[in-house]
Design a binder for this molecule. Structure first.
Ligand SMILES: [Zn+2]
Length: 341
């Protein structure tokens, strides 16, 4: 869809063309993949901006768009359908959030509550209630606060920057190199960054970034379901199968113990085609997970979801999505143009 210009998208949106084709594919399963709901340009925002899926204002507008065109289902509805116990409404749509950021409570939950919409939050359990940042947030924080204009970084060597844009480019280049490393080596490299960029991190620098278990329980009591997203958020194909099993089982057991409800949904960290495989799906099935979600682009044909319930597609959203772009993604325009993609 990146090849479709903003003007064309605006035109398609204003002309109502998406609404015209909407009834033609009424049984498709649409799953939205959000991460953070926050204002990346707001005062005090100094963590990883690409992980922001929508501002609070945009999120509310997106939920109003959804409410008028889709039937929002819960994770339980999806599981019951996958297990043959109930059918789905037309235009079924599931709302999901990855990682378990505190802003889901502050900015998404009120919007969902006002509209009586269910959603699923996938938790990386080692981080809940902790002031430990995800590595991408630690890296972004260091680049944001450094006064240096160069650094000799592990993997990519001496890098220089002179403004925000070139600094962001270095950050992204380093993150892309890091992602390919085994988990332990990645952390060894990341932990050098505060020193390399001369940024001090205190024990409470990242306090309040993640949900606490009490907050998780509060939301669970009001129709928000919790799914597993591993303990430490490794890319599961880059750790041993024994470690992967521990990550899956440990996160499931922890959430079930904290909320006293079964956890049957899972989302793969990073979620692309190289980030999950058949071995992982076997373990998920053994652990009694009923559905697992990727970041391969959706929507999904119902038959595909039933055949591959442990690799369900989602629609990845980004805070730079305008409402016309959001509409095109959610209404399946990229998949209609390239259904096999
Ligand atoms: Zn994640």
């Amino acid at each position: 869809m990146s090849k479709i210009s903003r003007n064309t998208l605006n035109l398609i949106y204003r002309a109502g063309l998406l609404d015209a084709v909407h009834p033609l594919w009424a049984d498709r399963l649409t799953v939205l993949a959000y991460h953070r709901i926050a204002d990346p340009n707001g005062a005090g925002f100094d963590t990883f901006e690409p992980n922001v899926s929508a501002t609070p204002t945009a999120f509310a507008a997106q939920m109003d768009f959804i409410r008028q065109r889709f039937n929002v289902i819960s994770g339980r509805d999806l599981v019951a359908w996958l297990q043959g116990e109930q059918s789905l409404p037309t235009h079924p749509l599931l709302i999901t959030f990855d990682d378990g950021y505190r802003d889901n409570l502050d900015h998404a939950w009120p919007v969902l509550q006002q509209r009586n919409m269910p959603a699923v939050i996938f938790l990386a359990t080692n981080y809940m209630g902790q002031a430990t940042p995800f590595y991408w947030d630690l890296i972004a924080y260091c680049f944001y606060h450094t006064t240096k204009q160069e650094a000799d970084l592990p993997l990519i060597g001496l890098q220089q920057w002179h403004d925000k844009a070139s600094r962001t480019a270095v950050l992204k280049k380093w993150l892309n190199s890091l992602k390919k490393l085994p988990d332990q080596e990645k952390w060894t490299a990341v932990n050098q960054l505060p020193r390399l960029l001369d940024v001090s991190i205190s024990p409470d620098t990242f306090a309040g970034l993640h949900l606490t278990w009490d907050q998780v329980r509060t939301m669970t009591a009001t129709g928000i379901e919790m799914g597993a997203h591993t303990q430490s958020h490794p890319i599961l194909t880059r750790v041993s199968l024994a470690q992967a099993r521990q990550e899956l089982e440990g996160s499931k057991n922890r959430i079930e113990a904290e909320i006293n409800q079964p956890v049957k949904l899972f989302a793969y960290p990073n979620g692309l085609s190289t980030d999950f495989n058949a071995d992982l799906q076997t373990i998920l099935a053994q652990l009694n997970f009923a559905a697992a979600f990727t970041l391969l682009p959706g929507p999904t044909q119902p038959a595909e979801a039933q055949q591959k319930p442990l690799a369900i597609r989602r629609i990845f959203l980004h805070h730079q999505d305008t409402l016309p772009r959001f509409a095109a993604k959610v209404m399946g325009l990229p998949r209609l143009l390239k259904p096999s993609g």
